[in-house]
Write a protein of this length. Sequence first.
Length: 199
Amino acid sequence: MGFQDAIFYVFATILVVSATLVITVRNPVHAALWLVSSFFTAAAIWLMLGAEFLAIVLVLVYVGAVMVLFLFVIMMLDVNFDDLRRNFKSYLPVGAAVGALVLLEMVLVIRVGASAAGGASTVTTSGSNTAALGKLLYVDYVYPFELAAVLLLVAIVAAIALTYRKRRENKSQDPGEQVKVRREDRVRLIRMPSEKREG
């Protein structure tokens, strides 16, 4: 078994352990941090397989955007800020463990990439892996790709149309009618004689 195979098994073990911890820990912030570790480890495995575009998309989209959104939602659900400040130090060990795993994975991926540079390259002869994927999607399979995009658009429009209900209790304003209004339509002057109380 070579060095690259051993690193793959290390990454696979980290991925399985992180995914198991995502569904077994009770603290939602800890679960989100272990999910970040799972995504990052999957991206490292894809980098080892030569799919750098998928790896960087996984890191940018899921780790960079979706997990931040998850953490914001988790933090907003628990509005007891005193409890959050009191338990802030409890997140430090898990965060440090996830950070150390991510750093270790980056070092190992760079080392595997450096050792693979001396041997056979996984990059195609016409350019990078990303260029080959783009050519495949937008040249060879452009019609199925556009058909899938149209189907997704129709599904989104259909979901919005099916769930949209015009409520009767909704009140809306018509700016045109508001501009046409006169003072007499809104204000009514009432003249009443003044009264004095006797005694």
